[in-house]
Design a protein. Structure first.
Length: 311
């Protein structure tokens, strides 16, 4: 088993889960470091650059998990996103095909469906990426599909919804800091439904995919029970041990304020609904994410590095 990006948030969990299930895990990293669960470490350098190192590391492995990439951050150059999320994924796929690796698992993102949707979405839904990050992830999927087509390598693309757990990035750490401050929280009127998943459940799904004799080409990874933004904030507050009252400010006013501040896209992902249909993972693989979202949110906040400096 080879895991690319094993030093990252998802990659670490995948390596740990595969090792605990009895797999020997080789990890490919830009720079060598200790990764819990790894039986061998390969210093592969920049995955987007041509190299024989990656192909050599794939000798005798029966599956490759590509969990490397540039995460969703503000202000990232689209060229850097393309290099990390398209070119690097393509290099890994080319090496896997050249070595005849039986199975390639590409970790993509449910962001390819957009930031919010009025209706339930599934693997059959048309992607509608609305920022450079999501477009780069969708382009990476397309490039890998083209490379793998007609080869002996089977491809499974996993599209996780927002991944939670101690150390996660994105909006959750920002919310933790906001909840820990004395700033009023005017979010009591938000009544939406958004899908999330714990990082250990993503890793478990990938382990099930690898162990299963067949799997759909594309799978959404999400907990079957969505959560509202208001309840998400309450769970984070419990994890911080703080009691915060959410003021019922009308969402229309908040939307106007966000637009005036140049944060309309952030507001869309914060207040809109984004609910995934996870039936396919259950029917095809018998898998269902088991870690409750409020539980992982509380754990994430409790293990955050936030320190209350107010008096």
């Amino acid at each position: 088993m080879l895991v690319c990006g094993a030093a990252g948030f998802v990659g670490r969990a995948v390596t740990r889960t595969l090792a605990s299930s009895g797999h020997e895990v080789v990890v490919a990293l830009r720079h060598a470091r200790d990764v819990p669960g790894a039986t061998q470490t390969v210093e592969a350098g920049d995955l987007s650059a041509p190299s024989h190192i990656l192909g050599n590391a794939m000798r005798s492995v029966h599956a490759v998990v590509h969990a490397a990439g540039l995460a969703h951050r503000h202000g990232v150059n689209p060229a850097d996103l393309s290099r990390a999320n398209v070119q690097a994924a393509s290099r890994v796929a080319e090496a896997a095909v050249a070595r005849g690796v039986p199975h390639l698992v590409l970790v993509s993102s449910a962001a390819v469906y957009g930031k919010s949707r009025d209706t339930l979405f599934s693997e059959a839904s048309e992607p509608s990426p609305d920022d450079d990050y999501a477009r780069s992830k969708l382009a990476g999927e397309g490039a890998v599909r083209s490379i793998v087509a007609g080869s002996r390598t089977r491809l499974t693309i996993v599209r996780p919804c927002a991944v939670l757990g101690p150390g996660c990035a994105g909006n959750i750490p920002r919310l933790v800091r906001l909840i820990g401050s004395s700033v009023p929280l005017p979010f009591g009127s938000i009544d939406n439904r958004r899908s999330f998943i714990a990082v250990d459940d993503v890793a478990k799904l990938i382990e099930v995919i690898i162990s299963h004799p067949s799997s759909p080409e594309t799978l959404i990874a999400a907990h079957p029970s969505p959560i509202s933004t208001a309840d998400l904030i309450r769970a984070l507050a419990r994890g911080l041990g703080r009691r915060r009252i959410l003021l019922p400010v009308p969402t229309g006013i908040l939307s106007l304020a966000a637009s005036a501040a140049g944060q309309a896209e952030l507001w869309k992902s914060f207040s809109g609904s984004f609910q995934a249909d996870v039936a396919l993972a259950g029917s095809a693989l018998g898998f269902s994410a088991s870690i409750p979202i409020p539980t992982i949110l509380e754990l994430t906040a409790a293990n955050s590095r936030y320190t209350d400096t107010t008096t």
